[in-house]
Design a protein around this ligand. Structure first.
Ligand SMILES: [Zn+2]
Length: 283
């Protein structure tokens, strides 16, 4: 396995008109599931952990597991901090060996978001680490009605200011996407996405990939989205299959067997996501 920066993977994706899927992982089995499927499909992937997942084991443990599981596999991957909540999160994850970090200051006033992102970019520059920022608020699907108010969506003008002033490598945008399961089919705001791409020339990131119809994801990719995040769909498939396994064989206390059932089910979700991003065979 070659650990490469997310910036490099996204630039290749941009040139090749596909996106790199980013999968949330938190333990050995989720890392195995993503890397095994990535190797089978010869697809570049991003393994990412939310800050709370990184601290669950420690950032260095996450990186060590990725390196160990990926050893002798023919794959290229990046390890990324998803929704870092502070400058300190970025410091700890970079110290632990992450080669990409997100700082999510989207809940803060624009100037404050810019101020902290600049600090993260400066830190990351020394370590050759990729930085993702966010502007507009990507909420939870449960808050969709509220979050779909125009004020929560990414303003192209603010996005341009943030990117120009911080020099981040990629930007997460809120264009009608959200985290979790959508209760009704989401409709991405492609007019807004077009306006953003006219003034922001770095790769864009689409969070909340679970449940966005394939044609909308692929249209967003043709317009400049180079990274699509998938988390809910992986956890749902993993947990559902573990539950089914335990219900079918309640006396079986083979923890390894239970986790393996979840992992194998999750791999099917990884495969589907890779296909949506059109990155199979793009190593
Ligand atoms: Zn997200």
């Amino acid at each position: 396995m070659e650990l490469v920066t997310m910036k490099e993977l996204m630039e290749e994706a941009h040139r090749g008109h596909y996106a790199v899927p980013a999968f949330n992982v938190c333990n050995l089995e989720t890392i195995q599931g993503v890397l095994e499927e990535a190797e089978e499909m010869q697809a570049p992937v991003i393994l990412q952990t939310h800050w709370s997942e990184a601290y669950y084991s420690t950032p260095q443990t996450v990186v060590d597991m990725v390196r160990s599981v990926g050893k002798n596999k023919r794959i290229r991957a990046a390890v990324h901090l998803d929704h870092g909540s502070s400058y300190e999160d970025a410091v700890r994850c970079i110290q632990g060996g992450f080669n990409s970090v997100m700082y999510d200051g989207s809940q803060l006033p624009l100037d404050e978001n810019i101020r902290i992102l600049k600090q993260v970019v400066e830190l990351a520059g020394y370590a050759k680490v990729t930085v993702e920022g966010e502007i507009g608020t990507i909420g939870q699907t449960s808050e969709m009605g509220e979050k779909l108010e125009k004020s929560y969506l990414t303003s192209p003008k603010d996005a341009q200011k943030l990117v120009d002033e911080t020099q981040i490598d990629c930007l997460a945008v809120a264009i009608g996407n959200a985290h979790g399961f959508y209760t009704e089919n989401p409709k991405l705001d492609f007019d807004r996405l077009k306006e953003i791409t006219e003034v922001v020339k770095i790769p864009l990131v689409l969070h909340g990939g679970t449940g966005i119809p394939e044609e909308q994801i692929q249209k967003a990719i043709t317009m400049g989205v180079c990274k699509v995040n998938f988390s809910t769909v992986l956890r749902k498939s993993f947990i559902s299959e573990m539950q089914a396994f335990m219900e079918a064989d309640p006396e079986n206390l083979g923890l390894m067997d239970i986790l393996d059932a979840g992992k194998n089910s999750m791999k099917a979700a990884v495969k589907e996501s890779v296909e949506m991003c059109m990155c199979q065979g793009k190593l």
